[in-house]
Design a protein around this ligand. Structure first.
Ligand code: TRP
Length: 338
């Protein structure tokens, strides 16, 4: 029998990640891993946001290397270029083009209210450049170009998504229906992974203490060593409770990689010490990351293949996004080449 459901267009999702070095276990469990599951339900667009990366100073050789790494990593975690459109933002010129059109429809006051701008201009006081300020209009362009219904992001990007909705709604009102107004899609299962050394803080790769985070490239011994040194408490009982931030964090990580419930984990380690538990968490994480690391290493060995995959992605992304830019330009009164 014919499946009539297939004819209905799948809803679209778009998200991007900046190429700022190998992500942590926190980035993986909190966001990236969920993208893999979205691929079957939705028509997905995923990009490496290299143009966003230059809002803070980048060494060219590092930017190049990090862009390859992030693109390879997206595939290594299971994003499939046959199912989803994977591309590098700077290879698709419509992003900067639409960004200008949107800039002229975004207010200084709106951009001034962005908390990320305030934070970053404090952190990089010597380089408060125009791009850092305009960052959200480039992000709005990334999104609106592909007319997605959903934007899967972490909570820190919610404000930028709200601004994107405001820009799209206002543009549609002023020039006529042009953009789909997208919804932020805050992941339901995203684990909030915290620092192994200061478990009240988010796990971050910019932390000076290497023991506080797991990099997706850490080998098994390193992973086990870091978990062994993780800060816990003196109760010596594996249970999830207020005030046990260190153990709660380890339990959440273990739950996320093994799919076990917190109750099942408490039962599994009843009467056993933290040493046993930390070893089990380290082993489970190492086992989860091993196949990703293997695929990543294989992909990184063949830059020509990565270049070719990027090219296919960029061409397809251009075809989809060009339609939106042309529509926007026409509505605004620009003459298109005939
Ligand atoms: N600003 C996002 C971040 O740093 C990355 C990003 C750029 C993005 N363009 C996007 C995310 C479009 C979602 C949609 O995490």
């Amino acid at each position: 029998m014919e499946n009539t459901q297939e004819i209905v267009r799948k809803k679209r999702a778009l998200s991007c990640i900046q190429p700022t070095g190998i992500p942590t276990l926190g980035n993986y469990l909190g966001a990236l891993r969920n993208w893999v599951d979205l691929q079957d339900e939705l028509e997905c667009f995923f990009a490496v946001a290299d143009l966003h990366a230059i809002t803070v100073r980048q060494e060219p050789a590092k930017l190049r290397q990090h862009t390859y790494e992030m693109f390879a990593l997206l595939m290594a975690i299971g994003l499939d270029p046959e199912k989803s459109l994977l591309f590098v933002q700077s290879q698709v010129p419509t992003h900067t083009e639409l960004s200008w059109l949107l800039s002229c429809n975004t207010q200084f006051g709106e951009l001034s209210r962005m908390t990320q701008f305030k934070d970053k201009s404090q952190k990089h006081a010597d380089n408060i450049n125009l791009g850092l300020f305009a960052y959200p209009t480039l992000m709005a362009a990334d999104i609106l170009l592909y007319q997605p219904e959903f934007v899967p992001v972490g909570a820190d990007q919610k404000q930028h998504c709200e601004l994107t909705r405001d820009i799209a709604t206002r543009f549609n009102g002023q020039y006529g229906q042009t953009f789909t107004v997208p919804e932020p899609y805050i992941m339901k299962t995203g684990a909030r992974v915290r620092s192994l050394q200061e478990p009240t803080k988010k796990m971050s790769k910019s932390d000076e203490n290497q023991n506080s985070f797991i990099s997706l490239q850490d080998d098994k011994d390193t992973i086990i060593r870091k978990f062994k040194r993780a800060v816990t408490d003196s109760e010596a009982c594996v249970r999830y409770a207020e005030g046990k931030d260190g153990i709660n964090n380890l339990m959440e990580i273990y739950a996320a990689v093994t799919d076990k419930s917190l109750e099942a984990i408490e039962a599994e380690f009843a009467g056993r010490g933290y040493g046993d538990f930390k070893l089990a968490v380290g082993e489970a994480v190492a086992a989860e990351l091993a196949p990703i690391q293997e695929r990543f290493a294989t992909l990184m060995k063949d830059k020509a293949q990565l270049d070719a995959l990027m090219k296919v992605g960029a061409e397809r992304a251009y075809l989809v996004s060009r339609r939106t830019v042309e529509k926007a330009k026409k509505r605004m009164g620009f003459l298109l080449t005939k």
